[in-house]
Design a protein around this ligand. Structure first.
Ligand code: HPA
Length: 281
């Protein structure tokens, strides 16, 4: 796709959203992963837009991903745009399509993007139900959402990824977690394309490469945000032990069940983090 074509598709989407939520200027974007979408329901004076209403916005076929954009105020003051559900490469979308919703959020003027996901725990110090601040990632998904012509109006051809997860946000996440009494692990998230789960040999390889958790999302969104100069914070919910680390077979049901069980703590951490972000520095 020509780069000017991408910009005009983004403009069209942005205009639809601005028409639906006139005068709303979100400061923070949120991408809510598997089973973690409930946070969007806490936003006040909310406007919800189905992805189906947004041209070119890809729609998820995964159970547990609602497919709605929610614009509203966190605790009455901080304007937030939240994605309830995201798409994945394994659903058959093109790399640029996987990155498209993040680009739309960035075009709405957000200063911060918070990405969340369900992930398998590789670090043997982690337990099912732990939350992990993402400190860095390994892109092993076999594609990059920036492949194709580059439009300098969106960002540079070769974006720097040295601080893909903003160190300042990470420090804030640590203090938000400690204020809430939430145990927050930290680690490197490896992204594979899926949709099959990993083999035990692949998990041993990933551990050797420095991964603490593994999943099938998030990395393309973080790359797009880096491209567009938007700072990122990332949180994984460790929904299961990665392949070979427990006797149990891996299943999407286990992922959904754990995400559902942890949703209260997750929501509390996220709410506190957003409040802490909203404080003048
Ligand atoms: N592997 C890959 N993706 C995942 C996992 C996993 O173990 N758990 C949740 N998403």
């Amino acid at each position: 796709m020509a780069s000017s074509d991408l910009v005009s598709r983004l403009d069209a989407c942005e205009q639809t959203i601005r028409r639906r939520a006139p005068g709303f200027s979100p400061r923070v974007g949120l991408i809510l992963g598997s089973g973690l979408g409930a946070f969007a329901d806490t936003l006040e004076r909310a406007v919800a837009i189905d992805y189906a209403e947004l041209r070119d916005f890809p729609r998820s076929s995964v159970v547990g991903h609602a497919g709605r954009l929610v614009l509203g105020y966190h605790r009455g003051t901080l304007p937030v745009v939240a994605m309830q559900g995201r798409v994945h490469f394994y659903e058959g979308y093109q790399p640029w399509q996987v990155g498209f919703p993040t680009r739309v959020l960035c075009r709405l003027g957000i200063e911060a993007l918070v990405v969340t996901n369900a992930a398998g725990g590789i670090n043997t110090g982690f337990a099912v139900g732990d939350l992990m601040a993402i400190t860095d990632h390994l892109n092993l998904a076999g594609y990059n959402p920036l492949v194709g012509p580059n439009d300098e109006a969106l960002g540079p051809r070769f974006p720097d990824m040295s601080h893909a997860y903003d160190p300042g946000f990470l420090a804030t996440l640590r203090s938000s977690a400690s204020s809430e009494g939430v145990l927050l692990r930290e680690g490197v998230y490896a992204s594979l394309s899926g949709p099959s789960y990993e083999t035990p040999a692949e998990i041993r390889m990933l551990r050797g490469l420095g991964a603490d958790a593994v999943g099938m999302s998030t990395v393309p969104e973080v790359i797009v945000a880096a491209h567009m100069g938007v700072k990122v914070a990332g949180i994984s919910c460790i929904t299961n032990l990665a392949a070979g680390l427990s006797k149990q077979k891996l299943s999407h049901d286990e992922v959904s069940e754990t995400a559902d069980r942890v949703k209260g703590v997750f929501t509390r951490l996220l709410a506190r983090f957003l409040s802490d972000l909203g404080q003048p520095t």
